[in-house]
Design a protein around this ligand. Structure first.
Ligand code: C2E
Ligand code: MG
Ligand code: MG
Ligand code: MG
Length: 283
């Protein structure tokens, strides 16, 4: 009881100290050691063809199991990792892990789809990023066409650098996807001038499918424009049959969301991939 009371006091006192919260400092220190302490893990969420129900991709999503704070969601520590620059070494670790995992699946006879890895802006803009990607592909022996990088529209704020980096990645053969599409500043026609292969419609638009018709037409417009510009179109955060049917009806190519599967540990994804020849659902 006493310890807890004292604990509360410490938190209360320190959280006002220079405006820096103890939790944030703890997280930062913890994050520095998280890799070596084996606390970081990648989960994988299947991506499903809306035409066939087949698994056509998997997105790697990071998980941090902290010994004292328990599970810490990426939305809490990825921004911190960006702020401190720790995202560069962590991002490289993520890339290695995901490529290794993908290669392991291939060695189990599971192939034919890319592994998608999230790349944050700071990591993307790091001068060693291209080198890191090349190194990781070389070291893991993964074919570049089996790696997909997800970046957000915010990279277009530094357009000169971004187009150069995107072009280098494209020349290497890596697949490029724009994540959370629709939440940023860029327009679809603008992205046409960049070597982008896919757009991922942000979950917030997919959520709107449940609502009034005016909102629904926005999703339809994004899909139509994406199709016209020859992008592969993915919808994220599909949770209901209603959303699925709407997206199918409007020719969206790929879906990802709890309706199909939550992000899972690699072993469980392997089972899904082996079961029914990788067909996840009957559509
Ligand atoms: P994101 O890349 O847009 O990933 C999609 C997020 O939506 C994931 O959350 C996923 O678990 C969640 N999600 C997928 N389907 C559904 C659904 O049907 N319903 C709901 N409610 N949520 C769904 P998560 O794993 O918490 O990741 C959040 C964000 O953190 C990611 O958004 C991404 O921006 C970032 N992140 C995650 N892993 C990494 C990583 O390895 N590297 C980097 N740089 N960022 C990462
Ligand atoms: Mg993503
Ligand atoms: Mg997203
Ligand atoms: Mg997101």
């Amino acid at each position: 009881y006493k310890a807890k009371e004292r604990g509360n006091q410490v938190v209360f006192y320190s959280s006002t100290l220079n405006g820096i919260s103890v939790r944030k400092m703890e997280l930062e220190n913890g994050l520095r050691k998280a890799i070596e302490k084996n606390q970081l893990q990648l989960f994988y969420q299947p991506q499903v063809s809306l035409a066939t129900g087949q698994i056509v991709g998997a997105e790697a999503l990071i998980r941090w199991q902290h010994p004292d704070h328990g599970f810490i969601p990426p939305c809490e520590f990825i921004p911190l990792a960006e702020e401190t620059g720790l995202i560069v070494p962590i991002g490289k670790w993520i890339l290695i892990e995901a490529c290794k995992q993908k290669k392991a699946w291939e060695q189990n006879g599971i192939s034919g789809f890319p592994i998608a890895v999230n790349v944050s802006v700071r990591q993307f803009e790091d001068e060693q990023f291209i080198e890191h990607v090349a190194e990781v592909l070389e070291e893991t022996g993964l074919e570049s066409g089996h790696l997909e990088l997800e970046i957000t529209e915010s990279i277009t704020q530094n357009l000169e650098l971004s187009s150069k980096t995107l072009k280098q990645l494209k020349d290497m053969g890596v697949i490029l996807a724009i994540d959370d599409f629709g939440t940023g500043y860029s327009s679809l026609s603008y992205l046409k001038h960049l070597p982008i292969d896919k757009i991922k419609i942000d979950k917030s638009f997919v959520d709107d499918i449940r609502q009034a018709t005016t909102y629904r037409s926005m999703v339809k417009t994004i899909i139509d424009m994406g199709l016209n510009l020859d992008f592969t179109v993915i919808a994220e955060g599909i949770e209901t049959e209603e959303q699925l049917r709407f997206l199918q009806k409007n020719d969206c190519h790929i879906g990802q969301g709890y309706y199909f599967s939550k992000p899972l540990p690699a072993e469980q994804v392997k089972e899904l991939l082996l079961k029914g020849n990788g067909k996840l659902v009957d559509l």
